[in-house]
Ligand binder design. Structure first.
Ligand SMILES: [Ca+2]
Length: 186
């Protein structure tokens, strides 16, 4: 039985490391596929995983879950560990802004509920109220009372703007390397 257990464990490790044909490393990031490392996390600028086009926020959240590494949830289902990026400091903001680069705008993971913005990582974790911010001058302006999502690089590099969640942009995906490696030890 111990042998079977080891085989099962190896199989699970292989399944969870390999995603879309890629093996996610247990340290560092999958640089060959565009993932870049900053402060214990991996980041990637992504487009819709199905169309390779810019997409609305909901589609980009799904894309992030689909393109990153996975773990097994309590129900036994696979859970994607990557999420539309939260940003906690100016250093991280600079990193993300430069990674998006080229004057491009991109979704980050903040979304408004009533009057406050929250980071939403996945359906299993609580949303966390945004603390660090880098709003563009006169933003968030909630134009027409309907701007509930947040883009980076609007106007000056690194600055944030609130806009309609249905607008189409690429998105910045992110996952915690330690959360990934820890998920392999249970
Ligand atoms: Ca706005």
């Amino acid at each position: 039985m111990k042998f079977i257990g080891i085989i099962t464990s190896l199989a699970l490790t292989l399944i969870t490391q390999v995603r879309a044909g890629f093996v996610f490393p247990f340290s560092g990031c999958l640089t060959s596929q565009g993932w870049e490392e900053f402060n214990g996390h991996c980041y990637k600028l992504m487009y819709d995983r199905l169309t390779a086009e810019p997409a609305d926020v909901a589609t980009m959240r799904d894309t992030c879950e689909d393109v990153g590494p996975i773990k097994f949830g309590d129900s036994g289902a696979f859970i994607g560990l990557a999420y539309l990026a939260d940003i906690q400091s100016m250093e991280e903001n600079d990193f993300v802004s430069e990674m998006v680069a080229g004057g491009s705008r991109a979704w980050i993971g903040a979304e408004k509920d009533v009057s406050s913005f929250y980071w939403i990582r996945d359906s299993e974790s609580d949303k966390v109220e945004v603390s660090f911010t880098n709003w563009k001058f006169n933003e968030p302006n909630d134009k027409d009372g309907s701007e509930d999502c947040v883009e980076i690089n609007r106007g000056p590099p690194g600055k944030w703007n609130d806009l309609l969640c249905s607008r189409k942009l690429p998105g910045v995906c992110k996952y915690n390397i330690t959360a990934y490696t820890a998920s392999r030890k249970d």
